[in-house]
Design a protein around this ligand. Structure first.
Ligand code: NAD
Length: 326
């Protein structure tokens, strides 16, 4: 049995990951300040033997170091997440995303000095590729971020710093770090409150409200079900070859945002219509979007032979079911 710490475990991905770790037989501790997550996401496992929820911030160095003192594995997911949140609170994004990662890695370096090897998964993001114009992105591609005057890029830049810190900790101190670059992850419990598109569309369709599609809706994205993403994370953490690697995690099946809206309307048998909204109205004048975001998943497949269980229709159906029964 492993003792595992999940930071941000009351969030969307973290809560599913915590359930899977507990089901695997691990002893799981979650730390979360409920800034964008909620303890209610852990209802299914709260109170179960082997599970502990610690309300608090990973920015509390004393608390986090204490939690890190005797764990065997760490999954660091706590971060400022969501395009809308990042555009409105860039300072918060930078602070939340960089400093805790730095001292988590330092604490794990101290464990290495004692001869204790603690594997660490760092949750990164496709946002680090910025607006790279290539049709598919592989892990060796350039990061093409926009100017610092546009706050949106602070998210990708801060996660890129996390990646540099993780890779440096591995190269210089042999801290075993696995970095996953998540593309769009969706599924039950994801909130639309911070600009996430699928829960927003489903909520609107179920209420008969218009689905607000930004710009012309021709932005291309790939949506992966959270269960498939959790399976990939667990697989990578068991693959010794993944240590010291950066790996894309997600789906590689592209769909336009307009088509996504139309498929949500059809799947929920809604009378809702699509309405187009400018970026300036949705965010502000400084907002810049990414036209196409499709991962090359060869590395993920090579490392763990990953095969997703859900296609897009299956994903949309699970999100509709979850919102209907909420
Ligand atoms: N959902 C996606 O599509 C996606 C895509 C790319 C990357 N990611 C990354 O995956 C991770 C999880 O994202 P998510 O979608 O589950 O978002 P989420 O907002 O649901 O989860 C983040 C969790 O971290 C918590 N948190 C934030 N700052 C904290 C702090 N200082 N101390 C303790 N807890 C804190 C929040 O309360 C929340 O529960 C993040 O690192 C995010 O950057 C997600």
């Amino acid at each position: 049995m492993k003792r595992v710490l999940v930071t941000g475990g009351a969030g969307f991905i973290g809560s599913h990951l915590s359930e899977a770790l507990l089901a695997r037989g691990d002893q799981v501790t979650v730390i979360d300040d409920e800034s964008t997550g909620a303890a209610a996401n852990l209802d299914q496992i709260m109170g179960q033997p082997g599970f502990e929820f610690v309300p608090g911030s990973v920015a509390d160095e004393t608390l986090t170091r204490r939690l890190l003192a005797d764990v065997d594995e760490v999954y660091h997911l706590a971060a400022a997440v969501g395009v809308a949140l990042i555009a409105s609170q860039p300072m918060e994004t930078i602070q939340r995303n960089i400093y805790p990662t730095e001292f988590i890695l330092t604490a794990l370096r101290d464990r290495i000095k004692k001869g204790e090897r603690v594997k660490c998964f760092l949750a990164s993001t496709s946002e680090v590729y910025g607006k790279n114009p290539k049709p598919t992105w592989n892990e060796e591609d350039d990061l093409v971020l926009g100017p610092t005057t546009r706050p949106r890029w602070s998210y990708g830049a801060s996660k890129a710093i996390d990646e540099f810190l993780g890779l440096a900790s591995w190269r210089e101190y042999e801290v075993p770090v696995v970095i996953g670059r998540f593309f769009n992850v969706v599924g039950p419990r994801q909130t639309g409150a911070y600009g996430m598109v699928l829960p927003r569309f489903v909520e609107a369709a179920l209420c008969g409200q218009p689905l607000l599609v930004h710009d012309d809706g021709q932005q291309i994205r790939c949506f992966a079900h959270v269960n498939d993403v959790v399976a990939a994370v667990l697989g990578l953490m068991q693959a010794e070859d993944a240590v010291g690697q950066v790996v894309n995690i997600g789906s590689d099946q592209p769909v336009s945002i307009l088509e996504l809206a139309e498929r949500v309307i059809a799947a929920s048998q809604s009378d809702s219509k699509v309405e187009f909204q400018s970026y300036a109205a949705a965010y502000d004048e400084s907002f810049e979007d990414i036209r196409r975001r499709v991962p090359d998943l060869s590395k993920l497949r090579g490392l763990i032979g990953h095969r997703p269980a859900f296609d897009l229709d299956g994903i949309i159906a699970t999100v509709i079911d979850a919102q209907r029964s909420a």
